[in-house]
Design a protein around this ligand. Structure first.
Ligand code: AMP
Ligand code: ZN
Length: 468
């Protein structure tokens, strides 16, 4: 079997995963900016990190997972201009920045849990780690990597020759495009704020004293400072959405490698592609459909969204549509029915028969977390005629450690009988043949339907049919 192989953004290649300390993985995920509800796309980045964490656990690693809560410093403009998103949201809502943060942190945590994401070992907030951020900025200042402007302390990207390596940036193009205009005193367009000082006479809700004046940390600083605090000066894995590669993660690497004198700071960088939301179409339906509650209002189970997520590889763009979501919901329920049927099966599984399925399941995960293939193996188990019910039960429960679809507990409402006049008529004809003891004819009809993937269950209330 191939070893666990993951696509590393840093090296732009698939690499065999080997943590620095055998058996132990340190992992950091960029979490939410808690100024507004987290939408289904944000949730994709959490589901991806969870799939990765669960895969590590399945492989037998001990995992320390850190996710940050950005509750200060993320500006409305990535080029260090604009208002702080938290302050802006507080102004428009009439709440305090803290109240806004509490509200959306809870929404994010609840939704994460509802789609089956495991809790992180640490969930640090930026506002609770101001000292650590100031200390890192001081290290950078002492190392000669910074300069002061009237606006605060900036990182001088020209002092870090490897700055453009991480994302393969074309800095000359940026220079000629004049992005520097956003903040007049910047030396290079890519330079970024480590500490922003509050302008004279402006009282912000969130501000702290620092060696550079009263103000607040730049957004990127929190991830460097907090990851190092909980995972050490270098660690194994860092994840986030693909949009973070060129600015946020590039800046995290610059700060950390210069401030701590390490290279590489993080060995494996993994990024999920975007979920594209067809806003036009979605906004036509009622309610706040971009968030998980919107799906629930439409009658979907939260875990159907997890099943939807598993239908695409994490490095592929996934398009949300009502139809695709409905298909995922149907697929999830069908698979669950197969699981529920064998969940209480008595007896021991035959280990030899399980092995080929386990090997294929692991192979799928080892191929850069190929979730669609892993789900397909679960379906093969469901359809297999050789495996005993106890064997199926064992495989479903084992696979669910990674799939996270709650196979051990999921309950479904009584299945309402699907209606199809042709099939109904055939089932009725079979019933009549059986009543007349014409078993050749009743078996023929049963086999004809079976060939189409339709199974008849004879229940005390009479025959019911379902799709396999
Ligand atoms: P934010 O709250 O904007 O800081 O984003 C939280 C996480 O969600 C980040 O890792 C983003 O890269 C990710 N993200 C934002 N939009 C999407 C999307 N449409 N699809 C997938 N991930 C996203
Ligand atoms: Zn981050």
């Amino acid at each position: 079997m191939k070893a666990l192989t993951l696509y590393n953004t840093r090296t732009r290649s698939k690499e065999v995963f080997e943590p620095a300390t055998p058996g132990v993985v340190g992992m950091y995920t960029c979490g939410p900016t808690v100024y507004a509800p987290q939408h289904l796309g944000n949730l994709r980045s959490q589901l991806f990190a969870d799939l990765l964490k669960r895969t590590f656990l399945y492989e037998g690693y001990k995992v320390t997972h850190v996710i940050n809560i950005t509750d200060v410093g993320h500006l409305t403009d990535d080029a260090d201009a604009g208002d702080d998103k938290m302050e802006a949201a507080a102004k428009t809502s009439g709440q305090t920045a803290q109240e806004v943060a509490a509200l959306y942190t809870k929404q994010w945590a609840d939704d994460r849990e509802r789609v089956g994401c495991l809790p992180p070992e640490f969930l640090p907030r930026a506002t609770e780690h101001i000292t650590e951020q100031i200390e890192l900025a001081q290290k950078l200042e002492q190392g000669g990597y910074t300069y002061l402007t009237s606006d605060g302390l900036y990182f001088d990207t020209a002092k870090f020759p490897g700055y453009s390596d991480f994302a393969g940036l074309d800095l000359e193009a940026q220079q000629s495009a004049g992005r520097v205009a956003e903040v007049d005193e910047k030396r290079n367009p890519a330079d970024f704020a480590l500490w922003k000082v509050a302008p004279e006479g402006v009282k912000r809700q969130q501000e702290w004293d620092s060696p550079w004046g009263r103000g607040f940390p730049g957004w990127h600083l929190e991830c460097s400072a907090m990851s190092v605090k909980y995972l050490g000066e270098n660690f194994d894995v860092h994840t986030g959405g693909i949009d973070h590669v060129s600015v946020h993660h590039t800046n995290e690497v610059a700060q950390s490698e210069c401030g701590l004198g390490v290279h590489p700071w993080v060995r494996y960088w993994l990024h999920n592609e975007f979920l594209s939301l067809d806003k036009e179409k979605m906004s036509k339906s009622k309610g706040h459909v971009f968030v998980l509650d919107g799906l629930v209002e439409m009658g979907f189970a939260p875990l159907s969204y997890r099943y939807f997520f598993l239908q695409a590889h994490y490095r592929q763009q996934q398009r949300y549509s009502q139809e695709a979501m409905e298909a995922a919901d149907t697929g999830y329920k069908r698979l669950c029915r197969q699981v529920i049927e064998v969940r209480d099966a008595p007896g021991e599984p035959d280990a030899e028969k399980l092995a080929p399925f386990q090997a294929r399941f692991r192979d799928a995960l080892h191929d850069d977390l190929n979730a669609p293939r892993a789900v397909a193996v679960a379906w093969d188990v469901a359809k297999n005629k050789e495996l005993s019910a106890a064997g199926k039960r064992a495989l479903f429960l084992e696979f669910d450690a990674v799939l996270g679809l709650d196979f051990a507990n999921v309950e479904l409402p009584e299945e309402t009988q699907e209606s199809d006049p042709r099939i109904d008529a055939l089932v009725q004809a079979r019933q009549e043949a059986r009543a007349g003891k014409d078993f050749t004819e009743s078996d023929r009809i049963r086999d004809e339907l079976l060939a189409e993937g339709i199974v008849i269950d004879d229940t005390p209330e009479g025959p019911r049919w379902r799709r396999e």
